[in-house]
Design a protein around this ligand. Structure first.
Ligand code: NDP
Length: 252
């Protein structure tokens, strides 16, 4: 049985989650990660982790469907057994989708979907997985700079991420007796497929973000993954209930 740590990362098939998975693998942490629909990309991440000498396991999960979480916990048990373990150490709640609605256009259905994925998903997936988590473990919930700054067309997304930040502090309080820390990483605009790839592919948006960022460019997945891998390392054991923005200094 290996003694290396095991992390569960949601949304590890693409973007920021993929970079988190690969940075953990580089450090010898064994990732169990989820994808929603994109099995092909998930398989590529498994292959890249194997190149780094680490066995990763990819599992399908819709984080917006809390009724599926009991079944997912059962699949995690099986995956842990494959890795020769019965518990895991780290949970990164990363998976998410965007919404471009404003006050005039947002619908109840769109808000419900955001709530399901970004809030209920984080709360109830964590609840279902906690019995499988080692005491002394770590949780990182992914928020957004948009929880701090208000931007047009983010009336559902920004506030729901702010709610995740409050939720994280409550989780930290309740999990203290188990020595489990809960922190938030809030990326700035990162060039991924997110929001139809707007930050990466729309030159006007890309330039506008860069102009409002102290370090003068948009973020890349590789700016975020190593931060989370570091946060999960032993050196950060006394950092708890904190929000760390990883944005190069956007709108400061
Ligand atoms: P991407 O669109 O690049 O990747 C999204 C990932 O989440 C994919 O792995 C996708 O799986 C998965 N996913 C999407 N919807 C669901 C769902 N309903 N259930 C389970 N998995 C799902 O996004 P990013 O990497 O950019 O974003 C990751 C996180 O970072 C999100 O929480 C986002 O809100 C946050 N964030 C992103 C910023 C940005 O500018 N990119 C800025 C600030 C925060 P699949 O491949 O199968 O579709």
């Amino acid at each position: 049985m290996s003694n290396s740590k095991i992390a569960i990362v949601t949304g590890g098939s693409r973007g920021i989650g993929r970079d988190i998975v690969l940075n953990l693998a580089k450090r010898g942490v064994r990732p169990i990660f989820t994808y929603n629909a994109n099995r092909t990309e998930a398989d590529k991440v498994v292959a890249l982790a194997a190149e780094a000498g680490v066995k990763a396991v990819a599992l399908p999960l819709d984080v917006g469907d809390a009724r599926a979480f009991d079944g997912f916990a059962d699949r995690v048990r099986v995956a842990l057994a494959e890795l020769g373990a019965d518990r895991f150490d780290y949970l990164v709640n990363n998976a998410g989708t965007s919404s471009g609605a404003n006050l005039e256009t947002i619908t109840e259905a769109e808000m419900d979907a955001l709530y399901d994925v970004h809030f209920k998903g984080v709360l109830f997936l964590t609840q279902k997985l906690l019995p499988l988590m080692n005491d002394g473990g770590r949780i990182v919930n992914i928020s957004s700079a948009l929880a701090r700054i208000a931007m047009p067309n983010r009336i559902g997304y920004g506030p729901i991420k702010a709610a995740v930040e409050a939720l994280s502090r409550y989780m930290a309080l309740e999990l203290g007796p188990r020595r489990i820390t809960v922190n938030v990483v809030a990326p700035g605009a990162i060039a991924t497929d997110f929001s139809g790839g707007i930050v990466r592919d729309n030159p006007d948006v890309n330039k506008a973000v860069a102009e409002h960022t102290a370090l003068g460019r948009v973020g890349l997945p590789g700016d975020v993954g190593p931060v989370i891998a570091s946060l999960l390392a032993d050196d950060f054991g006394w950092v708890n209930a904190q929000r760390i923005e990883v944005s190069g200094g956007v709108h400061i």
